[in-house]
Write a protein that binds this ligand. Sequence first.
Ligand code: HEM
Length: 126
Amino acid sequence: MQDIRNDNDIETLVHAFYDRVQEHERLGYIFNDVAEVDWDKHLPNMVNFWSNVLFRTQRYEGRPYRQHVSLPIEKMDFERWYKLFVDTVDQHFEGEKAEYAKEMAGKIASSFSVRMEMDGEFENNQ
Ligand code: HEM
């Protein structure tokens, strides 16, 4: 298996991940039914985001946390999201960048989770 080497690989990862997100009962509900995400915009945006994280291309300069605050996310949803991300990376890639992608996904998911907990933004108080 290959490592994540370029934007093509990032596209493969991002598309495979969000296909699985949409099939996931709980995450699919948040993305499609609550947020009504426009996938034609969200997918290229996420490719830019990961391209910046992995290859420092500076193609993403947004502030993603605030996009999540108003969503009905539970603490467990970040764990579901992270598990699905790790599974998807492991299914397609192997190597340093693949490990780094999983590490950063875990760190960012935890930081969102802590911020939402401190801001009292979780859907249930768990
Ligand atoms: C339970 C977990 C999560 C849910 C349900 C979720 C859901 C969403 C939704 C609905 C959007 C808005 C999409 C749109 O309307 O275009 C969004 C944007 C985004 N999310 Fe998440 N997300 C989760 C976790 C994460 C994590 C852990 C990361 C980072 C590793 C992340 C990164 C982003 C980024 C970069 C954007 C784009 C923000 C922008 O427009 O600049 N998300 N997310």
